[in-house]
Design a protein around this ligand. Sequence first.
Ligand SMILES: [Zn+2]
Length: 56
Amino acid sequence: MADSEDTYDCETCGARVAAADARRSEPFGDLDPETWQTLDCPDCGARLATVFVGDE
Ligand SMILES: [Zn+2]
C-alpha cells in the first residue's frame, strides 16, 4: 500500500529508485545525521531526497 511512496525519480539520469536501493549519506548543513539521511541515486550519485529516519 505504501509502495509508490518509497520510490524516487532521479532528475539527473531518469532512474526510478526504490528507497531500499538508494545510497544513503549524511545530510548537508546543520541536520543531525542520526535523524536525517540523504538518499542518493545508485546510478549517477545525484541527491534524490532527504528523509527523516529518527524516532522522536
Ligand atoms: Zn540518477
